[in-house]
Design a protein around this ligand. Sequence first.
Ligand code: NZQ
Ligand code: ZN
Length: 383
Amino acid sequence: MRTFSYHNPVHILFGAHTIAQLPDLLPAGSRLLMTYGQGSIRRNGVYQQVKEALQGWSLLEFGGLEPNPQYETCMKAVELCRREGITFLLAVGGGSVLDGSKFIAAATLFQGDPWRIVAENAPIEAALPLGSVLTLPATGSEMNGFAVISRLSNQEKRGFGSPHCYPRFAILDPHTTFSLDDRQVANGIVDTFVHVTEQYLTYPVQASLQDRQAEAILLTLIEEAPKVRLTPQAYTVRANLMWCATQGLNGLIGCGVPQDWSTHLIGHELTALYGLDHGQSLAVVLPGVLRYNQAAKQEKLVQYARRVWGMDNGSAEALATAAIEKTVAFFQEVGVKTRLSDYGLGMEAVEAVSNRLAARQVRLGEQGNIDGSAVAAILKMRL
Ligand code: NZQ
Ligand code: ZN
């Protein structure tokens, strides 16, 4: 196991009817800005619950953050925060609302051009404090310091992170997820699954507990995914999926282990250029990455085949291949398509994505062996 430092300051309040406890979590006297997306919280009653809980508080609102939150929109909220002297942000929605709010929090206090936070990972010295009411289990953003921001004008989608961007708290009431449509539920399961594989399917470093924790999340997702389709109104299923998503990317399973993240970085380009949902992009790319680096990842793929998919017969190579096939079948059963052609994309997408990443001189993956031409090879396998 490698040396690591782990500090996660997010207070999680999990369970039914927890939104009512918002006043206990907010600093008294805050001048609040509630940020949200494009209307789902008004339709599912979450907006009303927040407003009720915060009666008597100084509360402004900023709605309209898009899925894959846009820099241009976030900057309007930054102006509002500066103009109104906002002291605390309350993000109510999915990962996009949270990510957009993290950027708003950092950009409000940033000296100079805030796009540098995203484009150059410019150091963040301070950010407004923020808290969140999460309504979509997927990104893990509720318990990490990362955010991914898109910019329409140049079709870019980039991530940044800072210890200043951890939410102070996250309220996770599984009831808020009942209103998700099948597509978002499926995307969330795939996103969580891939967060885990990006920290698990690398090479062994004898991190036994982290391996078991990763496998526990994958097994739970595999167990719960069919249930959410059959019994979408079952609280416990929603609760299990929600906690899996948080645990998938709160840093814990990544302690002291090599990490990959190439699937995410390639996927972001597919979203930026062609508008695939984040989860959809991952389901397309991951099988290609696993295949491309199958030999280097073989030991962990075999462990994954045995412990997660219960397979035991065959050579190491055959087990690794079968585990990749099982993963593809799982994504398809969940309801997320796994090929570029499923989205009407062909060689033009392979070229566009690989050229962009080549121009950035990337060396992705835990081996650092995925450059632009490797990206092309990976995506060709996914046509
Ligand atoms: O905008 P509204 O009207 O709220 O609708 C949203 C949106 O259309 C809707 N939705 C959310 N909660 C709902 C709901 N609809 C009905 N009922 C509810 N309870 O769902 C749609 C998608 O929402 P979005 O927030 O975009 O989805 P998600 O949570 O999957 O977030 C995706 C974004 O997070 C980034 C992705 O790249 C993408 O930009 N990620 C952030 C990460 C992080 N911060 O650590 C890591 C991830 O790997 C990911 O990259
Ligand atoms: Zn993700």
